[in-house]
Design a protein around this ligand. Sequence first.
Ligand code: DAT
Ligand code: MG
Length: 140
Amino acid sequence: MSTQRSLVLVKPDGFSRGLTGEVLRRIEAKGYRLVALQILTPSREMLGLHYAEHEGKPFFEPLVDFMASGPVTAILIEGERCIEGFRSLAGATDPTTAAPGTIRGDLGRDWGHSVTQNVVHGSDSAESAEREIEIWFPEL
Ligand code: DAT
Ligand code: MG
């Protein structure tokens, strides 16, 4: 079997709206294990590494500005196929069209910031997860 680890972020919109508990509840209800959790306001340097694949895109600077605007909850989770599984819990990138039942579909909407503010991040592959965990939880 493939026990995986994934990096989840409750983004500044989710954190400031008090949605960390709701995201944690859904992760635990799904049966994934919480390995580590940290509240921090990320530096632009960390975010440049985290979102390296998007550097140069038109939404990159607004995305980094938003992500650096306040505290986020970084969560390291573990479980069978939890990378794919959390992406499924999170729903599609655009919170307006994300399916009801998903975190983004239930809790997110377009607040006039396009799709930048969509409550959560989840690693999208084993390679991304390894890279992102090194950024957010270098000691683990
Ligand atoms: P995801 O977070 O679903 O993996 P992504 O990796 O394509 O999506 O993009 C990272 C984040 O960047 C995403 O959560 C929100 C923001 N973003 C993506 N596409 C965008 C766009 N067209 N306009 C504004 N922000 C965007
Ligand atoms: Mg992504």
